[in-house]
Design a protein. Structure first.
Length: 312
C-alpha cells in the first residue's frame, strides 16, 4: 500500500457563490507554488471525493497549489442548490470562482477542465481572460449531436461484435438525444463496459470505487445525498446539454488552450477533435490524441496529462 506524504497545504474553503454554498479544497506540497484550478466532469458529478485519486495518479501538488472546486448542486449540497443548476449558471459560478482564486493567490491560474467541466472553462475564460494563464481541456464536450451519434454507432458496432448480454443491453438502449437521467446513465454503463470511459474499468468497478470514495469523503448520508443530487442536476441539465454546439458558436478565447483527447473515447469523433480547436482559434493552442485512452484520459494517462499541465 502506498502512503501519501501529508501536504503542507490542505484546507477546504466554503464560499457563497452567486447565492449557493460551494466548497474548494486547496492542496499543495509547499508554499509559493503556481495556482491550478480543477473543474470536474459532469453533469452532476461531485469533485471532492476524487481528490485522493487525483493525488495518487497525477501528483499535481508537487508543482501547483491545486484548487479542487465542487460545483453548484454537486456532492452533499442542499437540494435547493441542485434545483438552480443550468449551463449558464455553472459558467457564471466558475467566473466567480476564478475571480476569487485570482484574489486569493495574486496571480492568474492554469485551469484544468474535464469533459463538461472543460466546456464550462472555455465559456468562462472568454469573459475572464485576466484571471487565467492557460487552459488544459480533457475530453471537452463540444457538440452533443455529433458526440451522441458517434457513441451510439460505437455501442451498436461493439455490442454486435461482443454479442450475448452486451448486445441485448445495447438493443434496449433508446436512441439519442438523452434528456432523461435513466437513459443517459444506461448509455454510460455500456460505454464503460466497452472500455470507452476508463481503461480496464467496467461500470460496476467504477461504481464501487465511486461509492466507496463518496462514503469515505461525505459519510453515508452525504453519499446518498450526492447520488440524489446527481440525478437532480442531470434532470435539469440534460435537455439543455442536448443542444450544445461550441463549434457553431465558439467561445472567443485569448489565452493558450491545450486539448487532450483519448483515441478510444467514443464520445469524441474526429469532427470534434479537429473542429473545436479550429473554431476557437486560441493563441498557442495544441492538440494531443492519446492512443488507447478513453474519456477519462487524466486517469488512463496521468503522467502525460500532468506533464502537459505543468508545461501550460
Amino acid at each position: 500500500m502506498t502512503t501519501r506524504t501529508p501536504l503542507a497545504i490542505d484546507k477546504t474553503v466554503t464560499l457563497d457563490v452567486n447565492g449557493s454554498t460551494q466548497r474548494i479544497r486547496m492542496c499543495g506540497e509547499h508554499a509559493g507554488l503556481r495556482p491550478l484550478l480543477v473543474v470536474q466532469a459532469g453533469p452532476g458529478l461531485p469533485m471532492l471525493h476524487e481528490v485522493a485519486k487525483f493525488q495518487t495518479r497525477l501528483h499535481l501538488e508537487r508543482d501547483f497549489l491545486v484548487a479542487y472546486w465542487e460545483q453548484r448542486g454537486c456532492g452533499p449540497a442542499p437540494q435547493q442548490d441542485a434545483a438552480t443548476v443550468s449551463m449558464q449558471q455553472q459558467v457564471d459560478d466558475l467566473r466567480a470562482v476564478m475571480r476569487w482564486f485570482r484574489a486569493e493567490v495574486q496571480q492568474p491560474a492554469v485551469v484544468l477542465g474535464i469533459s463538461l467541466g472543460a466546456t464550462f472553462v472555455l465559456r468562462a475564460v472568454e469573459s475572464e481572460p485576466d484571471f487565467v494563464k492557460a487552459v488544459v481541456v480533457v475530453s471537452a464536450d463540444a457538440q452533443a449531436a455529433d458526440s451522441d451519434a458517434a457513441a451510439d454507432a460505437f455501442i451498436q458496432e461493439q455490442s454486435r461484435r461482443a454479442g450475448g448480454r452486451l448486445r441485448k443491453r445495447a438493443m434496449k438502449l433508446a436512441r439519442p438525444p438523452y434528456t432523461d437521467p435513466a437513459e443517459f446513465q444506461r448509455r454510460t454503463r455500456l460505454l464503460a463496459d466497452l472500455g470507452a470511459i476508463e481503461r480496464g474499468k467496467s461500470f460496476n468497478g467504477l461504481f464501487r470505487e465511486t461509492l466507496f470514495s463518496l462514503i469515505r469523503t461525505y459519510g453515508i448520508a452525504g453519499a446518498i445525498t450526492s447520488l440524489r443530487n446527481m440525478n437532480l442536476v442531470q434532470r435539469r441539465m440534460l435537455p439543455e446539454l442536448a443542444s450544445l454546439d461550441l463549434i457553431a458558436t465558439p467561445p472567443r478565447v485569448t489565452v493558450p488552450v491545450h486539448y487532450i483527447y483519448g483515441e478510444r473515447d467514443a464520445l469524441m469523433p474526429a469532427a470534434i477533435v479537429e473542429g473545436l480547436p479550429a473554431a476557437i482559434a486560441a493563441p498557442a493552442s495544441s492538440v494531443t490524441v492519446v492512443p488507447n485512452a478513453g474519456h477519462q484520459i487524466h486517469f488512463d494517462e496521468p503522467d502525460l496529462v500532468r506533464s502537459m499541465t505543468v508545461r501550460a
